[in-house]
Design a protein around this ligand. Sequence first.
Ligand SMILES: *Cc1c(COP(=O)(O)O)cnc(C)c1O
Length: 392
Amino acid sequence: MMPVLRPLPDWISSSVEERKKASLHRETEVIDAPQSISPTIDGTPFLSFCSNDYLGLAAHPTLINALAEGAEIYGVGSGASHLVCGHLSPHDELERALSDWLGVERVMLFSTGYMANLAVLSALGRHCETVIQDKLNHASLIDGALLSDASVRRYLHADLSSARKLIEKQSSPSMVVTDGIFSMDGDIAPIDGLINLLSDSKHLLIVDDAHGLGCLGDQGLGTLDEQGIAASSVSALIGTFGKAFGAAGAFVACSNAMAEYLTQFARPYIYTTAMSPAMAYASKSSLDLIRSKEGDELRSRLNSNISLFKECMASLPFELMPSDSAIQPIMIGASDRAIELSAALREEGILCTAIRPPTVPNNQARLRITLSAAHRHDDIKRLCDTLERLAN
Ligand SMILES: *Cc1c(COP(=O)(O)O)cnc(C)c1O
């Protein structure tokens, strides 16, 4: 029997049509091989510059073996939320290892970074008059604040005097929130400056270092370490396993008192199934790798790729953004032009999706080039040579 489709209201398809007309339509595409710098689509190999697999760990044999071993020992599903009976020993071991790495009292696990940010901002925002955010903070931080009753104010990107003006206006407890490395721009937040502005302890400081942890700093300790700041000097530090760690899930690093509060009040922690114990086991092996000599080698390869890319691009007629991280956006402006350049690269076998509004502000569409420790120097040169040809 043919299924009968229930008719939908017109706005469902008219909204999508509007997106298409504005060159803002998006769709998924099937990658039919493991995530890597050389994925295949319909069997055709590409050279990829758009994943967040910064250290090339997503399909690393150590992680693949750990995931299989974790599943063998602890099964696949956690079966419940952390607070009911879904908190298994690999979760506990991963939390302890992360606490030890970061030098904090406690770490709590979350299913994704998006959920961790909803959890932290909604639970803490209940007691804050204002959530003060960098204008370019990740969508999940913006959405998390919307779940609280706090009013939301945004300061000019990475601008301490703009942040100071907002902080000085707060008579009641408030919260300042920033990305460590900004996800679409690749630049670094002035966290030391924010700490100085927040000498009054009634205000909280939250840092989301999704793109810094694993990549920057001694042992991959991230943006804070890069700036000589201990993780314990912020109220909560958020990290994810889906990027440099090459796995899935996220964590919040904080004090015992903060973890106790979040455990009671963070609904996206309480009302969701704990991450797979096998994934926790694999993430622990990724952490071990990131802290090891092999991790140091991957970070130094990544840094040398970043330097080479910036060097090769310096003489080309493209506008790079002020970034020293693995995120190296080429600013294009108009969405249709960004799509054209992305399509032209693709013709040449290079994969880099165009990033358009609303992910970035209007008229700031870009090619967000991401570099990986897995790229060889020849790969970087091929990208730059191709861009040079396309520019002419
Ligand atoms: C990717 C990202 C997240 C979301 O993490 P997921 O684990 O992918 O949900 C949160 N914050 C920032 C800054 C990110 O770049």
